[in-house]
Design a protein around this ligand. Structure first.
Ligand SMILES: [Zn+2]
Length: 89
């Protein structure tokens, strides 16, 4: 995924996209308990992330990770505001 298609997160926790206003689907899935952790069989001190939701919820999450607003968000020092650059590189 390139910057053109990605969300631009405000910061965590409670992140939202500065381009489209959507919440972070991964953070939401974590809050809904769709991500879990289990002991890592390779690393006895480690934990690994596991998906505990349905495959449908997983594909929706992947879909939600693509920002609906296309373009790259660049900080404009002159305007003192974010500028959406829509030209594809
Ligand atoms: Zn977005």
């Amino acid at each position: 995924m390139n910057k053109y298609d990605s969300h631009y997160w405000s910061g965590w926790p409670g992140a939202y996209c500065l381009k489209c206003g959507a919440g972070d689907p991964n953070e939401q899935a974590l809050a809904e308990g769709l991500w879990g952790f289990e002991e890592d069989p390779i690393d006895p001190n480690g934990m690994k992330e596991i998906w505990t939701g349905t495959p449908e919820q997983k594909s929706k999450l992947e879909e939600d990770c693509i920002c609906k607003v296309k373009g790259e968000l660049i900080w404009d020092n002159y305007k003192g505001a974010w500028d959406l650059k829509v030209d594809k590189q």
